[in-house]
Design a protein around this ligand. Structure first.
Ligand code: ASP
Length: 291
């Protein structure tokens, strides 16, 4: 199997930091692809690509995460492999790389999802040091608007703050598939809000048929189980059509989102019903940015 990685840096109506984000997704895809080329496995490639973007403050994940109305950065992340093994963290604070903690949940526990203080305690036990992911830019954003006018209208928040959630899907030389997704969630969310990103079948999903990572309006992505449906489409020959139809249908119901996916035979799928979704694909010794 020829290895492939696809990464995204968030779907939305518009972008801030366009040049920096393009550079960021390219760097992430290059890192992940390098791992795959060196016999690395799909899960490590996807996780490392996501980690690169978590460390880059232009994205809404890890450093630079969006803030809730209380000024806290509660982050979500999850990983899944094609043997239905899943790990996630939700509302985790004070760590640098939620995606690495999600991978530890998957590999070191019998659980699928750890939340809040429990997730932080687990992270410390696994050796992740305390880290403040809140940037000055995010603090300024928080001061700019009255949250109460926005949080009932969350699709507007994505429009104004331009997404920036990150994700990756990969297939390695052995044909193993994996997906990883990480986010600071939506700006101005209520404390304790759980979006789609840490939920199996919503923000992240993988099965023997394919792997997918989604971005966009989290509450809607979760309701429509977007990544699960996209991977289900991959069971059929007309999977592209099936996936396009699905995205069209859920758009009518108010679900603005983008998805990256890879089918078990290595066919990539990049779809969105939002104006933009930035990302990059690493395949055939080449890294290409898309938006
Ligand atoms: N899906 C993310 C969330 O709702 C946000 C995004 O993808 O921009 O938490």
């Amino acid at each position: 199997m020829k290895p492939i990685i696809i990464v995204h840096g968030g779907a939305g109506k518009a972008y801030s930091h366009k040049t920096e984000r393009k550079k960021g997704v390219k760097e992430a895809a290059r890192k992940g692809y390098g791992i795959l080329k060196n016999e690395g496995n799909a899960i490590n490639a996807a996780v490392e690509a996501v980690k690169i973007m978590e460390d880059n403050p232009v994205f809404n994940a890890g450093l630079g995460s969006a803030l809730g109305i209380d000024g806290e950065a509660e982050m979500d992340a999850s990983v899944m492999t094609d043997d239905y093994i899943f790990g996630g963290v939700t509302c985790i604070k004070d760590v640098k790389n939620p995606i690495l903690v999600a991978q530890k949940v998957m590999e070191e526990t019998e659980h699928i999802l750890l939340a809040g203080d429990g997730a932080v305690k687990f992270a410390r036990k696994m050796g992740f040091k305390e880290f403040n992911p809140i940037t000055e830019g995010r603090k300024k954003q928080l001061k700019k608007r009255s949250a109460s006018s926005l949080y009932k209208n969350i699709d507007k928040i994505i429009e104004i703050y331009g997404g920036g959630t990150v994700g990756a899907v990969a297939i390695d030389k052995n044909g193993k598939l994996a997906a990883a997704t990480s986010t600071g969630g939506l700006m101005y969310h209520l404390p304790g809000r759980v979006g789609d990103t840490p939920l199996i079948g919503a923000g992240t999903y993988a099965s023997p048929y394919g792997a997918a990572s989604a971005t966009g309006y989290g509450e809607m992505i979760a309701r429509f189980m977007v990544t699960k449906e996209i991977v289900e489409c991959m069971k059929s020959e007309g999977f592209q059509h099936c996936a396009e139809n699905f995205l069209e249908k859920i758009e009518e119901r108010g679900c603005g989102c983008g998805v990256i996916a890879i089918r078990k035979d290595g066919v990539p799928l990049i779809l969105k019903n939002t104006p933009v979704m930035i990302g990059a694909i690493g395949a055939f010794n080449n890294i290409k940015v898309f938006e």
